[in-house]
Ligand binder design. Sequence first.
Ligand code: MRU
Length: 358
Amino acid sequence: MAYRSIALDDDGWGVRAIDQRLLPHRFELVRLETVEDAARAITTMLVRGAPLIGATAAYGVALAMRADPTDASLDDAIERLKATRPTAANLRWALDGARGLLDEVAPAARADAAYGFADRVCDEDVARNRAIGEHGLDVLRGLAAAGGGRRLNILTHCNAGWLATVDWGTATAPVYLAHDGGQSVHVWVDETRPRLQGAALTSWELGQHGVPHTLIPDSAAAHLMRRGDVDVVLVGTDRTTATGDVANKIGTYPLALAAADNGVPFYAAVPSPSIDWTLENADLIPIEERDQDEVTSVRGLETAGTGTASVRIAPLDTQAANFAFDVTPAHLVTGLITERGVCRADREALRQLFPERG
Ligand code: MRU
């Protein structure tokens, strides 16, 4: 059963999304009916992943316009959604797009216009990821050929899969195309502490699709690279600067350092809504800090398999820091895989692919 991670519900106005907090142990669809539902779904990570955050925000605006299409309601909806999570550039991209469109539309027509915008955001996300898949496939084929056609070992971090987007995923799209095309691939899946998106979501996705994969502690990745067991590192991004610095899930930067030290190519899959063309200084990327409970406790299926539970792993009086993202500087990035092609991680190469960005 093919699913999009978010879509309009059967009644044509509610929005249904997969509750990713329950995966991989339970597959449940949740219905969003208000802008508050959409905002809370983003903050609590019911939905997560930069492209899906953008799509959910677009539907959040539509739900707000259905309830009240006034200027005040539009302002409130955009402020509410903007305040959810700070790092993913897709959130601002979607809200600026909605604002730009709806400011030009009479209130009576805003709900339809906003739903149309959200549907386009979703359809364009799917097409963009498919294109990233095609360009990434060329990279994987090139690496496989250089390796004499043997199985290609790909390492990924966090979940940049179809669950993190509307469909296909970004970093996973080339993997799905390679696998479906008969290329022998195997994926090392970083568990991705503290919220375990790799263990819970990427492993689940790859398992559902039949792609060979092995789950590893994040700390094992450098060891595998030094042993020569990794042919390429392929990750997503939450925000990439105009100069090619890549912000992604915490733990990505050390992967790039290990890859550079071991001559392993390091690619980031970068859909253009994740590029912040206004930023050249990566230190200005807002890095989300989340609740320390995410570090001091872990969630999982109880051994009896009856339900999920959270268990504390640190002493009760231990404080924790929980940075959700880090920045991989451009000089450690072999290439950016965008929907328009693969380029070096620098300003000039990005502008060549996106000349309209001047
Ligand atoms: O905190 P999350 O789960 O939203 O973080 C997600 C990531 O870091 C992804 O790699 C990124 O958003 C790209 S998703 C295509």
